[in-house]
Every structure is written in structure tokens, then in C-alpha cells.
Design a protein around this ligand. Structure first.
Ligand SMILES: Nc1ncnc2c1ncn2[C@@H]1O[C@H](COP(=O)(O)OP(=O)(O)OP(=O)(O)O)[C@@H](O)[C@H]1O
Ligand SMILES: [Mg+2]
Length: 239
């Protein structure tokens, strides 16, 4: 059923394979067993993660956020089959490996700003649909050329032709509270600061776009975010 199965990479939670499923480039995410957990608990946690991931991928799409198409869920084999974006790059790799070379050019700067804006708007769309991602990092965002199959030599600076695709929804949940949205932003801030410490303004650009995309409820979310942040800081000071 799955042709040309190849291992792509091994993550912290899952092995990723690529293959051709029903004629389409497909990525299989297979969550492996954790031996330090009781087998029943491990099965339950894994099933929950797979469910979260499948549910949020679909829900995000309805919210107008690009996600991979979902092809198949196989609880027995702990697998989820989804659309594989063959010509994609993570936002993390783009910033570290591509953008760094061009950061002093005008094209580079405006692309960087556009990406930050798109990230802010995308996270805001998720939150407006009450989707809490749970693991917002720049490795869980892909840049994808709009006509995926046709591009071989992507010019990442043609930003109008690039979509942001959100992935890795295993830790997501649905919640209407400003608190959970604030925590989601805090997770993103920590991730951006530690991964992209050369670009201290990146998170602020993202947050600016987040705030201006929709003004409903913004103040409450931002003040929760600041609260969570202050708590986090206190925790690190206490040690
Ligand atoms: N649909 C996809 N198309 C293209 N690449 C993908 C896709 N899904 C995942 N990837 C690539 O695989 C990496 C890991 O995927 P994912 O984040 O879903 O798994 P993970 O187990 O959480 O891995 P990690 O611990 O590295 O975050 C992504 O950062 C991305 O580079
Ligand atoms: Mg990930």
C-alpha cells in the first residue's frame, strides 16, 4: 500500500518515514514505545497524541491555517499518514541557514519581517479557533512554495509565493481560555529566544502581528502572557 518507504528522520517522539501512498508523496509519523512508561499508559498517551494531532490538523485547516492533508490514522501501528511537503524548509532552518547570509540586504530584511508577520497571524488564527498548539517552535513551522510540486529551485525571498504550514500538533488541545493562549505564546517566546538568539526582535515582530491581526480579546491574552512570563522569571531566579 505504501511504496518506496524510506526513513526520513528520527525525532524525540517519533520516527518519520516518507513513501508514496496512493500516488502521493506521504510522510508517516510513527510514535515509538517509551520503555520507561507502563505499557498501558504508554499506549494511552500515544493514542491521545495521535488523536490530538489528527483532530487539530483538520480543525486548523478549517480555521484557515495551512496544515498537511491528513491521509490515514492507524492506532494499531501508532502511525499517522499525511501530505509530505517535499520542497519545504522549517522556519528554523531558513533563518539559521538561509537568511543569515542575506540579513543585511533589503530583500532579506523584508522577507524576515513578512515571515514574522505570517507567523503572528497564523498563531492568532489558531487561537481564534481555540486551538492551543502546545509546542510552538520554529521547527514546527514549514515554509512551503505555493505550487509545491512544481518548484525545484525555490527562491525563498519570493515571499508572496510562500505559505506557512503548521505541523506537530501532538501536544495540542482545544481551549477557549486566555490563560492557555498566553501560555502558548510563552512557549513560543522561549523557543524563539533560545533558537534564534541572534535575532532578539523576532519574537516582538511575531507578537505585533498577533496583536494586530484581530483585536478581539487581545488585551486579556497578552496580560495572561505577561503574567505567565513573570511567573517563569521568578521561577528561574529562585532556581
Ligand atoms: N508534512 C511534512 N512535510 C515535510 N516535512 C515535515 C512534515 N512533517 C514533519 N516534517 C519534518 O520533520 C520534522 C519533525 O516532525 P515533527 O515535528 O512532526 O516530529 P517530532 O517527533 O516532534 O520531531 P521533533 O522532536 O524533531 O520536533 C519537522 O521539523 C520537519 O522538518
Ligand atoms: Mg517537532
Amino acid at each position: 500500500m505504501c511504496e518506496n518507504l524510506q526513513m526520513l528522520k528520527q525525532g524525540a517522539e517519533a520516527k518519520l518515514y516518507i513513501c508514496n501512498y496512493l500516488g502521493k508523496p506521504t510522510l508517516i509519523k510513527e510514535r515509538f514505545k517509551k520503555n520507561y512508561r507502563h505499557p498501558d499508559l504508554d499506549t494511552a498517551i500515544t493514542k491521545e497524541r495521535i488523536k490530538n494531532e489528527a483532530r487539530s490538523i483538520v480543525r486548523a485547516k478549517v480555521a484557515g491555517v495551512k496544515t498537511p492533508a491528513l491521509y490515514l490514522v492507524d492506532f494499531e501501528r501508532r502511525r499517522i499518514y499525511m501530505e509530505h511537503f517535499e520542497h519545504s524548509i522549517t522556519v528554523k532552518d531558513f533563518i539559521i541557514n538561509v537568511f543569515t547570509e542575506d540579513q543585511n540586504t533589503e530583500d532579506g530584511q523584508s522577507t524576515f519581517d513578512s515571515i514574522a508577520t505570517k507567523i503572528g497571524e497564523t498563531v492568532r488564527k489558531l487561537h481564534d479557533s481555540n486551538i492551543i498548539h502546545g509546542d510552538l517552535t520554529t521547527s514546527n513551522m514549514l515554509l512551503v512554495p505555493k505550487n509545491n510540486s512544481e518548484q525545484n529551485n525555490t527562491d525563498w525571498y519570493q515571499i508572496d509565493n510562500i505559505d506557512i504550514v503548521m505541523i506537530d500538533f501532538g501536544l495540542s488541545h482545544i481551549d477557549t481560555s486566555a490563560e492557555d493562549k498566553g501560555v502558548d505564546l510563552y512557549v513560543l517566546e522561549r523557543a524563539v529566544i533560545s533558537t534564534h538568539n541572534d535575532y532578539p526582535d523576532l519574537f516582538w515582530k511575531i507578537l505585533d502581528a498577533y496583536k494586530s491581526y484581530n483585536i478581539n480579546n487581545t488585551n486579556e491574552i497578552i496580560s495572561k502572557f505577561e503574567e505567565v512570563r513573570a511567573r517563569g522569571r521568578k521561577r528561574t531566579m529562585v532556581g
